[in-house]
Design a binder for this molecule. Structure first.
Ligand code: HEM
Length: 342
């Protein structure tokens, strides 16, 4: 039941999709008012399963549509991002989920004030879950610098690139019902900047044990201007974020990015483009030459049903019907957040 679209989307077609992504970023009911951060995380997790040695994983295939990858606890909460993109998939059914997830992040980063990121389409959607890599390839935030190197060297990144990529934690927040960690890294988590690096260096981060037993690092910014009655929200760092400070090679880059926003933007733009290309082979003209793409062309999976409770339009093992329950959850979260400010 898959549908074959054009060989690869044209520039004009992609412009339409980019416009549609820009329109959906504003989500007043959700988190800090933007779908941007969680879209960035979706793209990163779709690509971050790559293993350079075995050439498995990566951004081809949109494996998170399947329980095998979508149900990985490391991907908890990313169903929100996928559900945000469903109306776009409905309108532009020719685009593959694999391309849409990556392109949405590139648009979101730019719209949130970040750099332009070079991007090429052509990823295809897997038609079953057989090519999905094993779980456990994404980083564990409770660990330190050795773990980061183990995970990111496997993908083919170096120390400088690990630090530049981590700068994405300038965006969004941790959720107790997803990763178990709680809070945002910076005061304005929907604006892309080098604030994350500045805060890492500037503050005395204190260890805090959460009720669920996890440990994170926190700081309360007393100087921030607040609306009347608002309490300052604690900022946080993950143990892996703190390891960028304690490891001398990582720390050098933290300092350089804190001092030079343009350098960070330039390096982030390059490394994020590299991340999104993990697992994608191209010929000199940019056509994707992965076996599944050559065999089947640009094959976009049918849109997932977000209404009926039947699995009929889904492939085996596919996760579906995500949108409605998530909408309810977002509204509950927002009313709790508003209530807390009163
Ligand atoms: C260095 C290793 C990394 C670790 C251990 C890590 C871990 C985490 C954790 C635990 C969360 C909170 C998830 C939640 O509870 O909702 C998170 C959020 C986030 N991460 Fe990372 N991450 C890493 C690298 C990256 C990279 C490379 C990027 C992108 C380039 C990224 C982008 C994000 C974004 C944008 C969010 C916020 C999502 C939201 O607001 O829903 N992270 N990360």
């Amino acid at each position: 039941m898959s549908q074959t679209g054009p060989a690869a989307p044209s520039v004009a077609q992609l412009e339409q999709v980019k416009d549609a992504v820009r329109t959906l970023l504003h989500q007043p009911e959700y988190d800090d008012g933007s779908a941007g951060p969680v879209l960035v995380r979706l793209a990163w997790h779709s690509a971050g399963t790559y293993c350079a040695e075995t050439k498995t994983g990566g951004s081809n295939g949109a494996g998170m549509r399947y329980e095998k990858e979508g149900g990985d606890p490391a991907n908890a909460g990313l169903a929100h991002a996928r559900a945000f993109l469903e109306p776009i998939k409905e309108k532009f059914s020719w685009i593959t989920y694999a391309d849409l997830w990556c392109l949405a992040a590139v648009v979101a980063i730019k719209e949130m004030g970040g750099p332009e990121i070079a991007w090429q389409g052509g990823r295809t959607d897997f038609t079953d879950d057989t090519k999905i890599p094993p779980r456990g390839r994404l980083p564990d935030a409770a660990q330190g610098s050795d773990h980061l190197r183990h995970i990111f060297y496997r993908m083919g990144f170096n120390d400088q690139e690990i630090v530049a990529l981590s700068g994405a934690h300038n965006l969004g927040r941790c959720h107790s019902d997803r990763s178990g960690f709680e809070g945002k890294w910076v005061n304005n988590p929907t604006r892309f900047s080098n604030q994350y690096f500045k805060l890492l260096l500037a503050h005395d981060w204190k260890k805090k044990k959460l009720d669920n037993g996890l440990e994170q690092f926190v700081y309360v910014d007393e100087e921030i201007e607040l609306e009347e009655g608002e309490k300052p929200e604690e900022l946080m760092m993950l143990p892996t974020d703190m390891s960028l400070l304690s490891d001398p090679a990582f720390r050098t880059w933290v300092k350089r990015y804190a001092e030079d926003k343009d350098l960070f933007f330039d390096h982030f733009s390059k490394v994020f483009a590299k991340l999104l290309e993990l697992g994608i082979c191209r010929d000199a003209s940019g056509n994707v030459t992965n076996a599944e793409n050559v065999e089947d062309g640009y094959k976009s999976a049918p849109k997932k049903s977000d209404t009926a409770a039947t699995q009929k339009d889904q492939n085996r093992g596919q996760v579906g019907h995500e949108a409605a329950p998530l909408k309810d959850k977002n509204e509950t979260f927002q009313s709790r957040k508003n209530g807390a400010k009163l």
